[in-house]
Design a protein around this ligand. Structure first.
Ligand code: 8OZ
Length: 372
């Protein structure tokens, strides 16, 4: 048989996940979960997008402490876990696969969202130069994040347990096909990884090995909880999002993916550049091919998922270059049938930015699929 290289539209395995194609719906925060509760409208939104090979849910808090924005969903209270069931059921009925993105925001939060109005927590007591979204009378409002306090070492195991508990809730109860550990975009795990937010002097700060320790403990606990073949992880080596910064990200992330290779994860999800922004940052060079090579050289077998600002042509080039999966974010907002449109080469609809965060069905579940 003549050799044919894989395309975006061919099936693929990512760990235990058998995916119909290589097009992934990236996690998209939409702030439509009042009281951190998934809704029927969310179930409709995800079901509409089930022709993606894989859906990654919007970032979902593993604890109240891990919440940093108004009306984002959680996966720690029993009623939240129950409320996710119609979401996973709808996607499965429509032939799709869905994993839940597990999120702890760390210092990217506000006292009004924290238990007892307390300070957000972080590796070190350094306030991020960033904003969060609160809702005022249902209208999104950007406000400065609150000053965090540094986590004591004795508090870390509770957070690790919260990740594992949320993973069990997702897979064993809510019906998700797996989970994605959110270690990107300047949230808690990325805060530990990067020197700009981590000035700890204990075993969780300082050297690369120490800064990677917390995320690797989370990976161990989550893979123990649900099986490594159901676990992915999202990384963003150079994003400036939420004030993330490391002066020397290449050896840090090369080390991290070599350690991740040990865990036999379903996939590694890499944001190239800044989410929703440029794919290359002149003052933050990074070799993504080198990162993938470091993972493969360490016998990492997980699917390699690339993300950020890719169109069909760039996605096809990425697959030819060795990516197994391509995650699209914004295009999925206004194109529920994105996979079909890409396959047929049809034009893509533009979403309305005013309805990205908060609100109801408008700009959420009312984008049509292609006719005919
Ligand atoms: C946009 C708005 C709020 C949160 C991320 C979870 O950047 C997010 C997020 C994006 O990963």
């Amino acid at each position: 048989m003549p050799h044919r290289t894989a395309t975006l539209f061919d099936p693929v395995h990512a760990g235990d996940l058998a995916l119909a194609n290589r097009i992934v719906m990236a996690p998209l925060t939409r702030n439509r979960a009042p009281l951190a509760m998934p809704t029927a409208l969310m179930a409709e939104y995800y079901r509409q997008r089930a022709s993606a090979g894989l859906i990654i849910t919007e970032a979902t808090a593993i604890s109240q402490q891990g919440q940093g924005y108004a009306d984002v969903p959680g996966l720690y209270a029993e009623e939240q876990v129950e409320a996710w069931k119609p979401v996973t059921h709808g996607v499965h009925q429509a032939g799709g696969k869905i994993v839940c993105q597990l999120w702890h925001v760390g210092r990217v939060s506000h006292t009004s969202l924290q238990p007892h109005g307390g300070q957000p927590v972080a590796p070190s007591a350094i306030t991020a130069n960033t904003k969060t979204v609160l809702l005022k009378d249902g209208v999104p409002e950007f406000v400065d994040v609150s000053a965090p306090r540094a986590l004591q070492a004795y508090e870390l195991p509770d957070i690790v347990h919260a990740y594992a508990a949320a993973a069990r809730n997702a897979v064993q109860t809510a019906g998700f096909d797996g989970v994605e550990i959110h270690a990107a975009n300047g949230y808690l795990l990325d805060q530990f990884l990067k020197a700009g937010s981590n000035q700890r002097r204990d075993d969780f700060g300082g050297s690369i090995e120490n800064r990677a320790r917390f995320v690797l403990e989370v990976v161990r606990a989550v893979t123990d909880a649900v099986g490594a073949g159901k676990v992915g992880i999202r990384l963003s080596p150079v994003t400036p999002a939420n004030d993330a910064f490391d002066p020397d990200p290449q050896p840090l992330f090369d080390y991290l993916v070599r350690e991740l290779a040990i865990y036999k994860l379903a996939y590694i999800h890499v944001i190239e550049g800044a989410t929703g922004g440029p794919r290359a940052l002149p003052d933050r060079p990074f070799d993504y091919t080198g990162l993938r090579r470091a993972y493969r050289a360490a016998a990492g077998k997980g699917a390699w998922m690339v993300n950020n600002g890719l169109d069909k042509t760039l996605a096809q080039v990425a697959v030819l270059d060795g990516a197994d999966l391509v995650a699209f974010g914004r295009p999925f907002i206004a194109n529920p049938d994105l996979a079909e449109r890409l396959r047929k080469g049809k034009p893509l609809a533009e979403g309305d930015r005013n309805t990205w965060y908060g609100g109801g069905a408008k700009g959420y579940t009312d984008y049509p699929t292609l006719k005919g």
